[in-house]
Design a protein around this ligand. Structure first.
Ligand SMILES: [Fe+2]
Ligand SMILES: [Fe+2]
Length: 224
């Protein structure tokens, strides 16, 4: 078995309790490869980082204390795994940096092109048709309604999210919905991206989401 397949196997085991995380991993891998082709990046680092980036996701979710950061823990786990598989120091270092900086709200920012590619690929997977589908899976798990009309997003944030922050905890899920999440978060994602190609893809994916939520509103109001 080649080393990449071995890494996939290790990740699959870690994420076995959560089907969408492993599917997400493979989508990110494909997107990361696409972005890397447009940049002068080390493809090996990009591929390994994409495969391993959420390896600690389930461990973070299981830790009810909220102290586990899957980016920091994932970087440590990746370092150990790659050393055991005799990867060179450059590869290990490169991958560790990608994983520890891939988080949207992370304090550490991606500095290398490989880390920027992973960051972008990971965020793109929250946009477009996949983004809509993923958001509704999560909303369903949380018990959120299909749609809530909300015209004043700032006021909404202050009322229903801790500290009035868009990534704050939702106080009342019955008042939350994917279309609100879209206005609050998804719409602003492209501003955070690094690579030109990712920005281009994000623009296209957002256009689709715009149409989707516009249509959803019309159907809910009985106009279409
Ligand atoms: Fe992640
Ligand atoms: Fe991810």
């Amino acid at each position: 078995m080649d080393k990449l397949s071995r890494l996939k196997e290790i990740v699959q085991k870690e994420l076995s309790s959560s089907a969408h995380d492993i599917d997400h991993t493979y989508r990110v891998l494909k997107l990361a490869r696409l972005l890397a082709k447009n940049e002068n990046a080390n493809m090996e680092i990009v591929e390994i980082a994409a495969i391993l980036h959420d390896i600690a996701r389930v461990r973070e979710d299981k830790d009810k204390s909220g102290n586990t950061d899957h980016a920091a823990l994932g970087a440590k786990m990746a370092e150990k795994i790659l050393k055991e598989l005799n990867y060179s120091e450059d590869i290990v270092k490169g991958v560790v940096h990608c994983i520890e900086t891939h988080r949207f709200r992370g304090e550490k920012a991606p500095k290398t092109i490989e880390a920027k590619i992973l960051f972008d690929a990971d965020k793109l997977d929250a946009l477009g048709a996949v983004g809509v589908a993923r958001a509704y899976i999560i909303a369903g798990e949380m018990g959120e309604p299909l749609y809530r009309e909300e015209t004043n997003i700032e006021e909404y944030k202050n009322k229903n999210l801790t500290e009035g922050k868009s990534n704050g905890r939702i106080k009342d899920v019955s008042k939350h919905s994917v279309n609100i999440e879209y206005e609050m978060k998804f719409k602003h994602l492209p501003e955070r991206l690094f690579t030109e190609k990712a920005k281009q893809i994000a623009k296209d994916r957002l256009k689709f989401m715009d149409q989707f939520f516009e249509r959803l509103k019309k159907e809910i109001e009985g106009e279409a």
